[in-house]
Design a protein. Structure first.
Length: 208
C-alpha cells in the first residue's frame, strides 16, 4: 500500500518541478523494511545511504545494486528448544539486466540482479549460555558462510525538483548463508533461510 500511495502521489507532483536529467551523481538517505520469508528469521527496519548515478534511459540496460545490505535475527533450536541464536548480516553486491520505462519525471525499471553476498554473524549471549548448559560445550564461537543471492524487483525514481529525487523500490531477495557453531563438541553447521521481501524509500540530492 505504501508503494502504491507514493507512486500515485508522484503523478500529481507540483507542475513547477524540473527533471534531474542533467545530474551525474546524487546522494541521500533511505529507509528499508524487510519482511522475513521464514518463521526462523525476523523482519527488520533500517536506514542507509542512497545513491543515484546519472539518469536512466528507456529500454534494456545493465543494472547494479551495491548497497541492499540488511541483517536479520535467527531463531534456531538448541537441544530441541527454539532460541534467539543471534543476528546475521548480509552484504550483497549484485548486477543484472532490466527494462526501463519513462513517463514525464518518473522512471520505472523492472530488473533481475544477482551476485555474491558476504555474511557475518553475532551470537546472542543467551544462546551461547544455552549451548554450553544444554549440550555441555566448554566454549562456543561462530562463523558465517557467504552465499550467492538473486533479487528480482522494481525500482521507481521520481524527480521532485531539478536537484531532489525520490526512490521507491520493492523486491524479493533469495539468500541462503550458513552459520557454523564451533565448540569443544565439534562443528554444527546450519543453513539459514534469509530470504526477504524488501521495500525501500529514499531521497537523494544532486551533488554534481
Amino acid at each position: 500500500m505504501l508503494v502504491v500511495t507514493l507512486v500515485v502521489t508522484m503523478g500529481f507532483a507540483a507542475p513547477h518541478a524540473y527533471a534531474q536529467v542533467d545530474n551525474k551523481l546524487a546522494a541521500g538517505i533511505k529507509t528499508s523494511g524487510h519482511i522475513a520469508d521464514s518463521s526462523k528469521t525476523d523482519g527488520t527496519v533500517d536506514f542507509g545511504i542512497e545513491w543515484r548515478w546519472n539518469h536512466d534511459k528507456p529500454g534494456w540496460a545493465w543494472q547494479f545494486e551495491l548497497f541492499n545490505w540488511f541483517d536479520t535475527g535467527v531463531n534456531q533450536p538448541i537441544a530441541g528448544e527454539k532460541v534467539d541464536l543471534g543476528h546475521i548480516r548480509i552484504r550483497p553486491f549484485m548486477s543484472g539486466y532490466g527494462y526501463t520505462w519513462t513517463r514525464g519525471r518518473t522512471v520505472i525499471t523492472a530488473e533481475v540482479v544477482a551476485g555474491y553476498a558476504f555474511a557475518s554473524f553475532d551470537l546472542d549471549p543467551a544462546a551461547g549460555d544455552a549451548y554450553r548448559a544444554r549440550l555441555g560445550a566448554r566454549s562456543v564461537t561462530t562463523d558465517a558462510g557467504n552465499t550467492f543471492v538473486v533479487n528480482p524487483g522494481v525500482v521507481v525514481w521520481h524527480d521532485l525538483t531539478k536537484r531532489i529525487g525520490l526512490k521507491v523500490s520493492g523486491g524479493f531477495m533469495v539468500a541462503r548463508p550458513s552459520v557454523t557453531m564451533i565448540s569443544s563438541l565439534g562443528e554444527d553447521k546450519r543453513r539459514i533461510n534469509a530470504d526477504t521481501i524488501m521495500i525501500s524509500v529514499g531521497v537523494v540530492h544532486r551533488i554534481f
